[in-house]
Every structure is written in structure tokens, then in C-alpha cells.
Design a protein around this ligand. Structure first.
Ligand SMILES: [Ca+2]
Ligand SMILES: [Ca+2]
Length: 588
């Protein structure tokens, strides 16, 4: 509290001293103690800011020329924040006039500027997908598409070695396959099927759930002129790589394509070390099954533009499924592999020992695509009533979402009514009591949400709430999904908008090799960093161990400041879904 008081005194007198130009005013008077979506708000939607102060009083919405256009009263939070302090909320939902504004609270000063307008998240929503273009392996990024982040080609992956752990009769250790394209996984330059699975599916679902809106989203990528939506073009870059990761002899799928060890912080073209595919596994093979089945369903609508692709995807899915049914417990255990084989592989393991959820997801996608419910015959579709927010190792809900949105009947799948009921009651539990927590978001309800990649938890919670909205048309779910987007864009304990390049205070030093090595000050834009995580698995001290404040913008801090394709995808979904649904959010 002492810290807050000092700031209060400092800022109390500043407004009286303003005489200089607008930008100097902004610089001098911006308060770190006002937390809000740094991009802005839809005109008719809920609009809230959080002021880190125990003083009640008035707040004002002002134009950037400091003309007051709205006044309201700060309201103390019912519960303290995780640091133990009561904070104030400023609700200006009643102010709906489009424009560019700041929020002014006399006890702390001015907020960052923000906009009120229709389509306010369009740029950040598109950037969250364009980020995948910047993550492309095996192609140069020319200035025309990449701007100042242009770079030459890295990792063509046309010469990839079969690692001894992946040896099969037709593919001896050391033999060569070609496995080009795909997205780099995260801050590193490797390509992992498990993490590609949830990522690619989340982007496909964004298109599947909001096709009309997604057809309008332009990304300025090399394929943009063609006749399929840009988001699907970008997905194809990874999907075509994933197809190469299946052993055509038996249908099994290699766990990852990787260097033996992580690269230095260098540009992609500088890495010339050998690339390997490693052991096939049940998780990779089932995630591949699910993605290919879903892709087949979607690309079936583009027979002229992509002849044969839907059939190829479905064939690949069915072959992979057969492999997984024969090999239901083939875990990828990197430490055990390293005891037996050379070279030792020390890149991300993405190890998982429980495939109950992967079987549910893969079978559900096959049922939705083929109409044949037999795929679920030997699957325990509802092992318990939990509805775990999806992560790369827990994908059960991806299957549930698919069964629900494809209108699978309870005649075909008797559990569907129960699943639908559980999903809605989970959404109800999520939003219950949210307004009493300090930041008034689902994300800030519990310290348990603040693990590694916590921003993706916030985004995936938002996706669950959107599914509940689609089922019920009850706007309360959308309001709280939007509040989690507000969380990601600045209404949070760290004070950052967690998306590079979008907001006033954003990460400048993400754990991302190209951003670190390219000699450009600004990081590659549109990337969602992992966010607050008191775990410090990287050994880098965060400024505060309070769970929602445990963030540091430090290149070395991979536990708080790495970027990853599986975190960007739910951001892309949430932000674009909000754009597609904004009319429902406006009160009129
Ligand atoms: Ca699992
Ligand atoms: Ca840079």
C-alpha cells in the first residue's frame, strides 16, 4: 500500500502543471496504476478499468485534448487483489460515443489512451493470425509481407534424418525424408506435432465457427489473392508439413521434427545443424488424426481450389487412427530414449502419459466428419464430469466442442446431452462471482490459473464461454469472454498488454529467437507471451511473486516471456470471435 501512496502524491499535482505538447503530457502523466484494455472497447459493450488505489472518488473519461466527456464514481472491490490490496473499478459502460480517450482519476493520473469504436479489435485479431506467417519454417519472408521483419529462408527441412528412436523396417536410422514447411513451435526452431495439433485445430475451429467473418479477414500473406480465406491459407502451411510427419508404411506419426539441442539465439538461416524426426507416439498420432479429420471436413468445401485435399486428409486420419488403436500406450519418453540412442535429444519433450483425452478428441472429429459413430464405440466419452480448459496435453474439450457444433444427435452419441449440460454448467461456474474479484475477470478468479502460459488459460476460458454463448445466446457469457480479452490486453496485475506491438506497454524482449537476433528494435508483432507465472522454471527472478504480477519482459525468461503457437491460437480465436460477435455485445 505504501507504494501506491507514493505514486498518488506524485501524480496528484501533475494535471495542474500541464502546459506542453500533447505527447509530452502523455509521457509525464500516464499512470502505471490504471489497468485497462490498452486497445479499447466496443461502443455498446461493458467498459471497465481497474485503479490500483484504496481511495474512492470520481473518475473522468476525457478526450486526448483533456476535455471531460463522462464522469463516474470509483467503486472499491469486494475482495482484495492477490497482493492483498483493495482496488477501485471504474465502470464507464454507459459512455458509448466513439473516439479516442484517456481515463483520468485524480488520485493516480491518466491512463494510456484507448479507443471506443466498432471493430476496435480488428487489427490485433488479424495480427494474432498473421503471427503464424512470421513463424513459418522453410521460406523467406519478403518485405512485401513481413515489412521490416523480412528475413531469408531457414530450415528448409528437405533433408531430415530418421533418428534411431524412429527406425522402422522401411526407414532405417540415418535415412532421409523430406518434411518441409510448418510453423516454428515457439521461441525455438523445432516443430512438434502434439503442439501443432491443438494449434492448427483451434485456428480451423475459428474458421468453422465464424466462416462469414473469417472470409473478410485479410492477412497480406503470399497466398492472399487465392480463393480460399487467408486463415485457411495460413493453416495449410502447417497442415502440409503435418502430412509429411506420417510414416506412409504404417500410419504412425513422428512426435517431432527437431535439432538434437536448442539453437543459439540466432536467425533461422544460421542454424545448419542436423534435423531429425523422432519416435512415433500415441499422442502425436491421435492429435494428427483429429486435425486431419477436421481439415477434411472444412476443405471439403473447396474441391476446385484444393482438389483431392479433403480425401487425402481423411485417408491420413483413418490410417493414423488405425495405428493408434494398435498402439494405444506409446508414450514419448525423452529421458528413456536418451539412455538408448544417439544423438541425445534435449529439445521440448511435450511428454504426456494419459491418452484418454486424445482418443476422445480424435474419435469425435472422425465421427463429426464421417457421420459414423462407431469410432466412439470403445471410447469412454465422459470419464468424469470435469470440463478441463484445453492445453496441449489435455484436449478432451476439443472433441466435445466438435460434437456439439456439428449437431451430432443423441441418437448417434447418447452422451451428447450430458456433455452439453456439463459445458453450460462449467461456464456458469466460471462466471459465478467474477465481479467480486479485483480485476473482475474469470482469469483473475483463482491463483490456480497462473501457471506456465497463463495467457493461454485466459484465452481458452474465453473460448469455452463463447461455446456456452453459442448454445444459449445468453449475453452474459460473451461479456465475460470479452473481459478475459481485456485481461490479455492490459486489465491485469502486470500492467502489460501481453501481445507484442498491440497496446502502449507491450513486451519488447520476448523469448523468441528471430525477435532477439534480427537487429530490429520492435519484436515481431502479434505474438502472445506466456504471461504471469510465479513458477520461474527458467530461474529468472520476476519483480513480484504475486501470481498475477509475476511477469518480466526479459528475453531469457522463457517461463513468463516466451511465445508459442499454442498460446497465439486461442488469442486469435477469442479476438476474432469477438469481432464476429460484436453486434451481440453492443447494447444498442
Ligand atoms: Ca492427454
Ligand atoms: Ca529484435
Amino acid at each position: 500500500m505504501k507504494k501506491y501512496l507514493l505514486h498518488s502524491i506524485k501524480f496528484l499535482f501533475v494535471p495542474l502543471l500541464i502546459t506542453g505538447n500533447a505527447s509530452a503530457q502523455q509521457k509525464d502523466t500516464t499512470s502505471k496504476l490504471i489497468r485497462l484494455n490498452q486497445i479499447g472497447f466496443y461502443p455498446g459493450a461493458v467498459k471497465k478499468a481497474i485503479v490500483l488505489n484504496d481511495k474512492e472518488g470520481d473518475f473522468f473519461i476525457q478526450t486526448v485534448q483533456k476535455q471531460t466527456v463522462f464522469a463516474g464514481k470509483l467503486k472499491p472491490s469486494l475482495k482484495p487483489n492477490f497482493a492483498g490490496h483493495i482496488v477501485q473499478s471504474a465502470d464507464f459502460s454507459a459512455f458509448t460515443k466513439p473516439g479516442r480517450y484517456v481515463l483520468y482519476a485524480p488520485s493516480v493520473g491518466y491512463s494510456y489512451p484507448f479507443e471506443i469504436k466498432a471493430s476496435v479489435h480488428t487489427p490485433v485479431a488479424a495480427a494474432a493470425i498473421k503471427a503464424y506467417y512470421f513463424m513459418r519454417s522453410g521460406t523467406a519472408l519478403p518485405e512485401k509481407y513481413a515489412g521490416k521483419w523480412r528475413r531469408v529462408e531457414g530450415h528448409p527441412d528437405t533433408v531430415v534424418l530418421i533418428h534411431p528412436s524412429a527406425e522402422s523396417e522401411g526407414r532405417k536410422a540415418g535415412s532421409i525424408i523430406s518434411s518441409p514447411r510448418g510453423w516454428y513451435d515457439a521461441g525455438d526452431y523445432n516443430k512438434y506435432i502434439v503442439n501443432s495439433g491443438i494449434t492448427t485445430s483451434t485456428l480451423l475451429s475459428l474458421y468453422e465457427d465464424f466462416p462469414a467473418y473469417m472470409k473478410t479477414v485479410r492477412l497480406n500473406i503470399p497466398e492472399s489473392s487465392k480463393k480460399i480465406p487467408d486463415v485457411l491459407d495460413e493453416v495449410l502451411w502447417n497442415l502440409r508439413w503435418m502430412l509429411t510427419m506420417q510414416d506412409p508404411a504404417d500410419g504412425g506419426v513422428y512426435h517431432k521434427l527437431t535439432n538434437a539441442a536448442f539453437d543459439k539465439f540466432e536467425m533461422p538461416d544460421k542454424d545448419k545443424s542436423p534435423r531429425y524426426v523422432v519416435q512415433k507416439g500415441t499422442a502425436a498420432t491421435l492429435d494428427f488424426t483429429a486435425v486431419m479429420a477436421q481439415a477434411s471436413r472444412i476443405f471439403r468445401h473447396y474441391p476446385k481450389e484444393l482438389p483431392g485435399l479433403a480425401d487425402s486428409c481423411l485417408n491420413a486420419a483413418q490410417k493414423a487412427w488405425e495405428w493408434a488403436v494398435k498402439n494405444p500406450q506409446s508414450a514419448y519418453r525423452q529421458e528413456e530414449i536418451n539412455k538408448k540412442f544417439e544423438p541425445k535429444i534435449t529439445t521440448g519433450a511435450y511428454g504426456d502419459n494419459n491418452f484418454t483425452d486424445e482418443f476422445i478428441w480424435a474419435a469425435s472429429e472422425l465421427v463429426a466428419t464421417t457421420g459414423n459413430a462407431d469410432y466412439l464405440k470403445n471410447i469412454n466419452l465422459v470419464p468424469d464430469n470435469r470440463m478441463p480448459v484445453p492445453t496441449w496435453s489435455q484436449v478432451r474439450l476439443l472433441g466435445y466442442y466438435t460434437l456439439i457444433k456439428n449437431n451430432v444427435t443423441d441418437k448417434a452419441v447418447p452422451a451428447i446431452s450430458e456433455i452439453t449440460k456439463n459445458l453450460i454448467s462449467t461456464a456458469d461456474d466460471m462466471i459465478s462471482g467474477v465481479d467480486s474479484n479485483a480485476y473482475q475477470t474469470v482469469m483473475t478468479k483463482s491463483i490456480r490459473h497462473f501457471g506456465w502460459g497463463s495467457t493461454s488459460e485466459a484465452a481458452n476460458e474465453g473460448i469455452l464461454l463463447i461455446q456456452a454463448y453459442k448454445l444459449t445466446h445468453s449475453k452474459k457469457y460473451l461479456n465475460y469472454a470479452l473481459a478475459n480479452l481485456d485481461y490479455l490486453l492490459g486489465r491485469n496485475g502486470s500492467g502489460y498488454s501481453f501481445v507484442t506491438g498491440y497496446g502502449t506497454k507491450t513486451p519488447m524482449h520476448p523469448h523468441h529467437r528471430p525477435s532477439a537476433a534480427d537487429g530490429i528494435v520492435d519484436p515481431v508483432p502479434g505474438l502472445l507471451v506466456g504471461g504471469s507465472n510465479p513458477g520461474m522454471q527458467d530461474g529468472i527472478q520476476v519483480p513480484s511473486k504475486v501470481p498475477d504480477e509475476a511477469y518480466i519482459d526479459d528475453e531469457r525468461a522463457y517461463a513468463a516471456n516466451e511465445i508459442a503457437i499454442n498460446w497465439n491460437a486461442p488469442l486469435a480465436y477469442l479476438a476474432n470471435a469477438m469481432e464476429a460477435l460484436q453486434h451481440e455485445l453492443d447494447n444498442h
